[in-house]
Write a protein that binds this ligand. Sequence first.
Ligand code: NG1
Ligand code: ZN
Length: 536
Amino acid sequence: SKFEAKLKRGLNEYPVKPGETFQYGTAGFRTRGDKLESVLFKVGILAALRSKTCNGKAIGVMITASHNPAEDNGVKLVDPHGEMLDTSWESHATDFANAPSPDAFLATLKSFIETKNIPLNTPASVVYARDTRSSGPKLVTALRKGLAAVDADATDADVTTTPILHYLVNTINTPGTQESDVKKLIEGYFVKISSAFRKLLAERTSSGHLLVDCANGVGALAAKTLNHYLGESLNLELENTATDSCEELNKDCGADYVKVNQKLPPSLTSVLQCGQRGCSLDGDADRLIYYYLDESGEFHMLDGDKITTLVASFIIKLVKDAGLEDIQEKIKVGVVQTAYANGNSTKYLSERLPVTCVSTGVKHLHHAAAEKYDIGVYFEANGHGTVLFSPSAQRAIDSHKPSTSAHSDALNRLKDVIDVINQTVGDALSDMLLVEVALHHMSYTVEAWNRLYSDLPNRLVKVKVGDRNAFTTEDAERRLVQPPGLQEKIDQLVREKRGRSFVRPSGTEDVVRVYAEAPETDQAIDLALRVAGIVY
Ligand code: NG1
Ligand code: ZN
């Protein structure tokens, strides 16, 4: 057809190297940045077809490898409401990427268009962004060529964070949005979260101070902008902001470094004062980990589980204080976690509210939070998460007539809290504001927050195996089904150590992950290593 010539030109320009295979996993495609050009060209075509299928609504494309090393890159698609790409399209993305030759790709494309009944005459619109990685610009060029090959309308959101791109997609597709300039829309986002934050902290006399490790990534740029909008309400002291030195990205810093190593980035040791709060973002600013040094200089980490606990307690308090507990449509607040949640967080939370455990990957947590609760709080232990308000909870909050001034204050607070939150997807910066608000209104110091429960000692290790797809799981990934016999051996070790351990294949790296926790640190390490030993 009329597109065939353009497509062929692009396919010849971006050939798939023999033997190379790609997989659209929980984080989209992710591998070394220099391997991804052919994938980006095809992702452009797929995103356009997705847009056509969704009545021409804008689809997002985010180019990032998040917390992974600087030389890696990745790409994922964002559906019209700012959510992850529909699961049923993931395998097609994989098929597109792996089509070995131009002819094979054209055949795959043709049969895809026919079976999915794609309305080719519907216009297509795609908005894309990238993080600060040096491979980004080349990948954008390949993406643009893919979009141009099928005449899709392309909007460049430039270098920005993953959560901002998700927010943009949702906002562009919201009926009534007049603004089409992405710069103005992004500005609108900062205004929304920062003005709600300022209202929530208006009564605070001293201005707050927070150290932020930006992982030398795109979060540094967003945090700089946010700092400006926050004014006196909160002073962000930004560290690891070297976005021009590409090789510094995530290197010995950032949320993943802190979570995995359970220690302060070396670059912060002389910067973070005892008793001062600090936090780390990851390479695309969707993960957040807090920490502080106590009087003796000992490091304490507050991860996604601690954030869940703080945020859920705060929201329950607001719902109660606003008198929303007594109304007929009782608002059910609940929490969603994965198997990586610290056992003591699950114990603490289960004694107070409903808790659900689901498989790893934000799409599972997001889905469960929306399905099961009126207000669903979810965070992965690694610091990625948000809070979701169901349409009925939102209606109950909007229509509630408070009977006392105390109720009225709490209700207004709750409405402002909703404005601080990015409900499309977890945003480290909006989550950070939420934590600061919760600490203030719960009158918690960071120490008091940390004392809510104490983490069980734990270890997470990676094991390189021949074929990670040989490992299959059940029960929200807490038990192995394949290879046969392995789970029984793990059970035996777990009984000996009085701990907990599970094994699952990673969805983002070619490894199998082993997690273990136990009453003492050396037991947790020992258990993790022994389980790793039988997996290997
Ligand atoms: P995998 O590689 O499937 O374990 C990791 C994280 C997930 C999630 C995804 C997406 C851990 C143990 N796993 O997935 O929680 O964040 O990356 O980025 O942290
Ligand atoms: Zn990330």
